[in-house]
Design a protein around this ligand. Structure first.
Ligand SMILES: O=C(O)CCC(=O)C(=O)O
Ligand SMILES: [Fe+2]
Length: 335
């Protein structure tokens, strides 16, 4: 696709990925090719035809609603920690790395993060590697079934994430398994978000314009709406909810990995519905100790690699440190 098509869209395309779960190689290749077109043009697509049931998606949403309905004291028991796991209170994050506009007002949301599980006695955790440690869970007596529901969902989403990585490989003319090693111990974040209704106000967002850091994001949203995606004309294109579908988007490390073949598109949330909105993005990223170097098929005839290789851990830490109040504070205290 030539550069002029990048960002040229007025709606978010839909892709049926059922072929990726089968063995028909022709159908897999067709799906991968279609996906590639979307990743180049919009960087966003609806994923349908996956095997994750609406009931399973809904079960996670219900757990999120129950969690956010707890008292501030109860939620604060699992306040977000240095390993980036736990509860981020309302208005706890401001996006300062946004390339889209200068953002000053905090996001009008509260959220809770669960990452890939790392045992306390894991060598990485013992060595104090960043972001390596156990999750923080709400008290099982307060929220029975919470942990099981989240873990089952993360497992299913990880399978879907790997299918997408494989499709991306195929779309670039690489063997289906060529990216597997990057996702053996994937860095994953499941973020449960709650956006209370917000007043219309200049510069006030549920989620301020931003791009995602990682490889891909697979988002399930409730029926409220409010997610918008920026096209090349500067229009904010709505990404309204489609029952059972995930909104998938390219993150910055995939854009970088692909030498900017794929586009990490800015997006934002404004919850002007008058209702509570709940969403659950799953961020599927490479292993912390993998080095991300421009993929061979993405190097053009000029041989130019626009980006230096980078260790995913270093990349991620830099991005995270810039974005969150609590980490900025911790970083300041450490100096
Ligand atoms: O809640 C949404 O619809 C989008 C959330 C989002 O963009 C993010 O958490 O990165
Ligand atoms: Fe996002």
């Amino acid at each position: 696709m030539n550069g002029t098509a990048r960002g040229d869209f007025s709606e978010i395309p839909k892709l049926d990925v059922s072929a990726l779960y089968g063995t028909d190689e022709g159908a897999i290749a067709d799906t991968a090719a279609e996906m590639r077109g979307h990743l180049e043009r919009t960087g966003f697509l609806y994923v349908v035809g996956h095997p994750i049931t609406s009931a399973q998606i809904e079960a996670v949403r219900t757990m999120g609603k129950r969690f956010f309905a707890l008292s501030e004291d109860e939620k604060a028991k699992i306040q977000i920690n240095k390993n980036f796991r736990g509860y981020l209170k309302f208005a706890g994050s401001t996006i300062v790395t946004s390339s889209v506009e200068q953002v000053s007002k905090p996001n009008q949301s509260e959220s809770v993060f669960f990452m890939h599980e790392v045992a306390e006695d894991d060598p990485g955790a013992v060595a104090g590697l960043p972001l390596q440690g156990p999750n923080q869970w709400p008290d099982a007596e307060v929220l029975p079934g919470f942990r099981d529901t989240i873990e089952a969902y993360v497992e299913a989403m990880t399978v879907l994430g790997r299918k997408m990585a494989s499709a991306i490989s195929i779309s670039l003319g690489l063997p289906a398994d060529s990216l597997n090693r990057y996702f053996e111990d994937p860095t994953t974040f499941l973020r449960l978000l709650h956006y209370p209704p917000q007043p219309p106000e200049d510069g006030l967002f549920g989620s301020a314009p931003h791009t995602d850091y990682g490889f891909i994001t697979l988002l399930a949203q409730d029926d409220v709406g409010g997610l918008e995606v920026l096209n090349k004309n500067g229009d904010w294109v709505a990404a309204p909810p489609i029952p059972g579908a995930f909104v998938m988007n390219v993150g910055d490390i995939l854009a970088r990995w692909s030498n900017d073949l794929f586009v990490s598109t800015p997006h934002r949330v404004i919850n002007s519905s008058g209702r509570e909105r709940y969403s659950q993005p799953f961020f599927f990223d490479p292993s912390m100790d993998e080095t991300i170097k421009v993929l061979e098929p993405c190097i053009g005839p000029d041989g130019q690699e626009k980006y230096e290789p980078i260790l995913y851990r270093d990349y991620l830490m830099e991005r995270i440190d810039k974005n969150y109040h609590y980490r900025k504070k911790a970083a300041a205290e450490a100096t």
